[in-house]
Write a protein that binds this ligand. Structure first.
Ligand SMILES: Cc1ncc(COP(=O)(O)OP(=O)(O)O)c(N)n1
Ligand SMILES: Cc1nc(C(=O)O)sc1CCOP(=O)(O)O
Ligand SMILES: [Mg+2]
Length: 206
């Protein structure tokens, strides 16, 4: 199964002429099985409606739907899980709210945060940021491939690298020991999300 993880961006999709449901369906058609709905400015109503639409699409393809930051939205649409970072709701409270059966992802940006996450009831780590990215403004300092390699070496949890990953560097990311790679612009900003996802999947399995 492809461990390519699509994180959505409505504005970026719009600029490329795509809606988020279109991007998600094309990516799923290309084999993507991890989808995170990330909406930083949408109203709660719009967020829930989009999440419901993505739930139908991801279910059709057997892909997981993860909701960024918002436990309430995840619960409202019975999503597969939630992804939180260091400034979001603490992961132990998220776990309490979503229950044991849902997927919980946590961002770690350095080795200290990795240590703090030891023993926590989380299912995977988002390891960030690997390379420079224009997609998120408030990123932590860059880990680079060396930082990624060290974090992967020190954990048994699945690791999804994120930040500036594209067709030119995804093989290096996988060689550094990541379980998978999470991307926004490489798929959402591409003229063909299907072709982009196919190429990335092929490269990461080489
Ligand atoms: C897979 C994955 N990894 C990291 C992040 C970043 O989460 P966070 O630090 O909470 O930042 P925002 O995405 O909420 O801006 C992620 N979303 N997904
Ligand atoms: C959602 C997200 N989190 C990051 C972090 O550093 O925590 S970087 C990022 C966006 C990654 O976008 P792109 O694939 O276009 O570089
Ligand atoms: Mg967050």
């Amino acid at each position: 199964m492809s461990e390519l993880y699509l994180v959505t961006d409505t504005d970026m999709g719009c600029r490329a002429g795509h809606t988020v449901p279109y991007i998600v369906e094309e990516a799923c058609r290309a084999g993507v099985r991890w989808v995170q709905l990330r909406e930083k400015t949408a109203s709660t109503r719009a967020f829930v409606e989009l999440a419901g639409e993505l739930k139908r699409i991801t279910q059709m393809y057997g892909a997981r739907l993860i909701i960024n930051d918002r436990v309430d939205v995840a619960l409202a649409v019975d999503a597969d899980g939630v992804h939180v970072g260091q400034d979001d709701m603490p992961h132990h409270l998220v776990r309490k709210l979503i229950g044991l059966d849902k997927i919980l992802g946590l961002s770690v940006n350095n080795l200290t945060e990795l240590q703090e996450a030891k023993g926590a009831d989380i299912d995977y780590l988002g390891v960030a940021a690997i390379f420079p990215t224009a997609t998120k403004q408030d990123t932590s300092s860059l880990l680079g491939l060396e930082g990624l390699r060290e974090i992967c070496r020190q954990t048994r949890l699945p690791t999804f690298a994120i930040g500036g990953i594209n067709a030119g560097n995804i093989r290096d990311v996988m060689r550094a020991g990541a379980t998978g790679a999470a991307v926004v612009s490489a798929i959402c900003g591409h003229p063909s999300p299907y072709e982009a996802a196919r190429e990335l999947s092929l490269l990461m399995s080489e």
